[in-house]
Design a protein around this ligand. Structure first.
Ligand code: BGP
Length: 467
C-alpha cells in the first residue's frame, strides 16, 4: 500500500521567481520583469518597461541562474526524484518572435538538466510559467493567433534540444489564471474585458493542444500535462442557491481543465458565451486540434480552498489572494490569509479523477510563512512540516482508499523564492532558507531548514516516515 514505487517526490520553482540574471546571456524582458514588488496589502505594479529606482524582484531573485549547481545538489541531498522548474521563454527567444533561438539560453538549460540527471532527478519543465516575452506585446500577446506559432517554434526548439534529457512537460502554468491575472498568465492587460481574456485563453488552448501532439511526434517518451491553478470552493451552505452559485464559480475555473482533458468546450461554457455575446476566434480545423491534443495528465497547485455562495464577490485576485467575500469558519488561515485545508486535497484529487480518469500530479503545495534565521544559521519551521505532513497524509488516502493514480508531488518553492502574488521574499516556502530580503539583497547564502531534514526522511521512506 502507500505511495507507488517510482513516485515522483520533488520540489518546484519558476524561472522568473528564482533565476534573477534578468538580462544575462542575451535574455529579453518578460512580463514578470516589469512587475514591481508589492505585499499583502499593496498590489504589484506593472510598469511600461523597466523604470529606474523601482524594485523588480525577478531581476536578481535568488540568483538560481548562477547558483543552480549548488541548489540542485541540495535538492539531491534531500533525495529528489523530480525537479519542477520553468524554462524562461525570453532566454530562448528574447523577443519571442525571432526565427532562430538564442544559443546561450539553450546552453544554460542543457547544464541545468545535466545537473539534474547527474543526481537521477527527472526535470518536469513548465514551458510557460508567467514569463511571456515582453516583445510579444507588439502583437497584443496571446490575443493574436500568431503567438500560437511563436510558442510552437519555442516548443519545437526545446523538445528537440532536450530530447533524452526531459520527458515531462507542462504547457502553461495555472492556465485558468487568464481569468483573474491575465498579465501574469499571458501578457494581457489587467483591464482587458472578458472577450479579450477568452480570446487569449482560446489561443493558449490551441497552442497547448498542438504542443502535446508535437511533443509526442518528437519523442514518444514525452508526457505532457496541463497545470491548473488551485481554485477549489465549497458552497457556503446547503441552501440550493449557495450550491448553484458555487457550481457557477467552479464552472468558470474547471472549463480550462475540461477543454484540455476532454478536447472540446463544454456546453455550459458555450451557453455562457452566447448569453454574454462572447465569440471565439474559431477556424476550420481547430476543433480537431483540440480533440487530438488532449493532455496526458493533469497537474495542479493546491494551497487553500475557498467558499462561494449567492452573495459571492466577482472573481478577482487581490495582492496574491482570492477574496470571494466568504471565509471558512472550520479552517485556520496562514499569515497571508490562505485557508489551510489538507482534507480538501483528497476531495480535489477525487473531483479530478472522477471527471477525467487520467493520471494526476500535485505540482505546487506549500506554506508561505515568516521564517527566522537563527544565530547558528538554523531555521525551525515545525509549522511547515505540519502543513506538508497533513497534505501528504491525504494524498496517501487518495491513493490507498480511492485508487487515485497520483504520479508525484513537488511542493512549491522547495527553496525560498520570490512570491508571485506579492513579489515578497519574506513569504517563504522553502526547505532551504535564502538570505535575501524583499529587495533581494543579502548574502544569498543557502541554509537548510528543519523541514529539509524532515523531507529527506519522507522521500527516503517513500512517504511512510512522516514524523
Ligand atoms: C502559484 C504560482 C507559483 C507560486 C504560488 C505561490 O500561483 O504558480 O508561481 O508563486 O502560486 O503563490 P505566492 O508566490 O503568491 O505565495
Amino acid at each position: 500500500m502507500g505511495f507507488p514505487k517510482g513516485f515522483l517526490w520533488g520540489g518546484a520553482t519558476a524561472a522568473n521567481q528564482c533565476e534573477g540574471a534578468y538580462l544575462a546571456d542575451g535574455k529579453g524582458l518578460n512580463t514578470a520583469d516589469v512587475m514591481t514588488a508589492g505585499d499583502a496589502k499593496t498590489q504589484r505594479e506593472i510598469t511600461a518597461g523597466v523604470v529606474e529606482g523601482k524594485n523588480y524582484p525577478s531581476h536578481v531573485a535568488i540568483d538560481h541562474y548562477g547558483r543552480f549547481q549548488e541548489d540542485i545538489a541540495l535538492f539531491a541531498e534531500m533525495g529528489f526524484k523530480c525537479y519542477r522548474m520553468s524554462i524562461n521563454w525570453a532566454r530562448i527567444f528574447p523577443q519571442g518572435d525571432e526565427e532562430a533561438p538564442n544559443e546561450a539560453g539553450l546552453r544554460h538549460y542543457d547544464e541545468v538538466f545535466d545537473a539534474c540527471r547527474k543526481y537521477g532527478i527527472e526535470p518536469l519543465v513548465t514551458i510557460s510559467h508567467y514569463e511571456t516575452p515582453l516583445g510579444l506585446q507588439k502583437y497584443g500577446s496571446w490575443e493574436d493567433r500568431r503567438v500560437v506559432d511563436f510558442y510552437l517554434r519555442y516548443c519545437e526548439t526545446i523538445f528537440t534540444r532536450y530530447k533524452g534529457k526531459v520527458k515531462y512537460w507542462l504547457t502553461f502554468n495555472e492556465i485558468n489564471c487568464m481569468s483573474m491575472m491575465p498579465w501574469m498568465a499571458g501578457g494581457i492587460s489587467q483591464e482587458a474585458d472578458e472577450q479579450t481574456r477568452m480570446t487569449a485563453a482560446y489561443h493558449q488552448f490551441l497552442a497547448s493542444a498542438k504542443a502535446v501532439q508535437l511533443a509526442h511526434e518528437i519523442d514518444a517518451e514525452n508526457k505532457v500535462g496541463m497545470m491548473y491553478g488551485g481554485m477549489f470552493s465549497y458552497p457556503n451552505s446547503c441552501d440550493p442557491e449557495d450550491v448553484q452559485a458555487n457550481e457557477d464559480f467552479m464552472h468558470k475555473m474547471l472549463f480550462y481543465c475540461d477543454v484540455q482533458c476532454r478536447g472540446y468546450y463544454p456546453a455550459y461554457k458555450r451557453k455562457e458565451f452566447e448569453r454574454r455575446g462572447i465569440t471565439l476566434p474559431e477556424k476550420e480545423g481547430d476543433a480537431e486540434i483540440l480533440r487530438d491534443g488532449k493532455v496526458d495528465f493533469l497537474s495542479f497547485s493546491y494551497y487553500f480552498t475557498l467558499v462561494c455562495g449567492k452573495n459571492s464577490q466577482a472573481l478577482a485576485i487581490d495582492c496574491g489572494s482570492m477574496n470571494t467575500g466568504y471565509t471558512n469558519p472550520y479552517l485556520p488561515q496562514t499569515s497571508w490569509g490562505w485557508s489551510i485545508d489538507p482534507k480538501g486535497l483528497r476531495h480535489v484529487l477525487n473531483l479530478f479523477y472522477d471527471r477525467y480518469q487520467i493520471p494526476l500530479m500535485v505540482v505546487e503545495n506549500g506554506l508561505g510563512a515568516l521564517d527566522t534565521l537563527e544565530e547558528d544559521k538554523s531555521v525551525h519551521d515545525p509549522y511547515r512540516i505540519e502543513y506538508l505532513r497533513e497534505h501528504i497524509k491525504e494524498m496517501k488516502k487518495a491513493i490507498e482508499i480511492d485508487g487515485i493514480p497520483l504520479m508525484g508531488y513537488t511542493p512549491w518553492g522547495c527553496i525560498d523564492i520570490v512570491s508571485a502574488g506579492t513579489g515578497e521574499m519574506k513569504k517563504r516556502y522553502g526547505f532551504i532558507y535564502v538570505d535575501a530580503d524583499d529587495a533581494c539583497k543579502g548574502s544569498l547564502e543557502r541554509y537548510r531548514k528543519d523541514s529539509f531534514y524532515w523531507y529527506q526522511k519522507v522521500i527516503a521512506s517513500n512517504g511512510e516516515d512522516l514524523e
